[in-house]
Design a protein around this ligand. Structure first.
Ligand code: SAM
Length: 247
C-alpha cells in the first residue's frame, strides 16, 4: 500500500478508526491553552486536519476555521462535517495563506508526517510565518528515544453489521531520523475476515531536537500529553503537547 493510502483509499474508515479518541477533550484543552498563552484572536488553522473532527469543535467554540490536508478525500469529508470552514489541499511543510492566524494546531502526531528534518523545519517556518503576533502553534509529538516497539494500542467497533479491529504502534530502529507508524484494520463479518496493513514513514526526533528546531521562532512550553489537566512535561514521558508562542 502506498504511503498515506489509508487516508485516500480507506478514508471512509478513518472516523471509525478514531472512534475512541476524545476530540472534545482535546479541543477544549487546546483552546484553554490558547487562552492562557495566546493573543485572544479567533482565527484558527488546523494542519493535517483529516476529516475535521477538531475543526468542528473549534467552530463551535466560536473560532473562524481553516483546514489544510494533503489528501482531498479527507478534505471532502471535513467539508461535509464543517461547511462553515475553509479548506485547502496543501502540504503542511510548505504552505502560505493571504491571511494570518491566531492559533495553528496539528493533532494526532501528524507533525511527524513531515518528510524528514528539513521538511519539518519548513513546516515550523510556514507555521511561524502564518501566525499573527503572539500567535500559538500547538501540536502533540512522540520522542523517538522513548518509543517501545512492542507497544500497540487498539480498539474495536461495530458498523453496519461489521466488526472493525484497529491497531497502531510506533516503530523506531534506534538510530537516525526515521520512525514508522504501523497500522492495521481488520474487518470481520459473520463468515469473512479482511485485513489491511499500512506502514507510514515519519520523521523521528527527540523532544530536545524539537525544542532546538522551534527555539529560533517560538517560546516553547512542553506539557504532559494529558487533555484533562495542564501539567508541565515531567522530562520522562514519551508523548507531549507542545505549546509554541510566536516570538
Ligand atoms: C492521523 S491523521 C490526523 C487527522 C486529524 N488531525 C485528526 O486528529 O483526526 C493524519 C492526516 O495527515 C494528513 N497528512 C499527511 N501528510 C501530510 C502533509 N505533508 N501535509 C498535510 N497533511 C498531511 C493525512 O492526509 C491525514 O489526513
Amino acid at each position: 500500500m502506498s504511503p498515506n493510502a489509508l487516508y485516500t483509499d480507506l478514508s471512509g474508515y478513518y472516523d471509525l478508526m478514531c472512534a475512541d479518541i476524545d476530540y472534545q477533550a482535546q479541543s477544549t484543552s487546546v483552546s484553554r491553552l490558547h487562552k492562557l498563552f495566546g493573543n485572544d484572536g479567533k482565527r484558527h488553522l488546523d494542519l493535517a486536519c483529516g476529516t475535521g473532527p477538531h475543526l468542528r469543535r473549534f467552530i463551535d467554540f466560536g473560532y473562524s476555521c481553516h483546514g489544510l490536508d494533503i489528501n482531498q478525500p479527507m478534505l471532502d469529508r471535513a467539508l461535509q462535517r464543517c461547511p462553515e470552514a475553509q479548506f485547502a489541499q496543501l502540504d503542511m511543510c510548505n504552505f502560505r495563506f493571504e491571511q494570518s492566524f491566531d492559533l495553528i494546531t496539528c493533532f494526532l502526531y501528524s507533525i511527524h508526517y513531515s518528510n524528514g528534518l528539513d521538511a519539518l523545519r519548513s513546516c515550523i517556518q510556514s507555521a511561524h510565518s502564518a501566525l499573527s503576533a503572539n500567535g500559538v502553534f500547538c501540536f502533540n509529538a512522540v520522542d523517538k528515544t522513548k518509543i517501545d516497539n512492542t507497544r500497540f494500542v487498539g480498539h474495536s467497533t461495530t458498523h453496519e453489521d461489521n466488526t472493525f479491529v484497529f491497531r497502531s504502534g510506533w516503530h523506531y530502529e534506534g538510530s537516525g531520523d526515521r520512525q514508522s507508524l504501523k497500522l492495521s484494520i481488520q474487518k470481520l463479518t459473520d463468515d469473512t475476515s479482511q485485513l489491511w496493513h499500512d506502514e507510514h514513514a515519519m520523521v523521528a526526533l527527540s523532544f530536545a531536537d524539537f525544542s532546538r528546531l522551534l527555539a529560533p521562532y517560538f517560546d516553547v512550553h512542553i506539557f504532559e500529553h494529558d487533555y484533562e489537566r495542564i501539567l508541565p512535561w515531567d522530562g520522562t514521558s514519551g508523548n507531549a503537547l507542545f505549546v509554541c508562542v510566536k516570538t
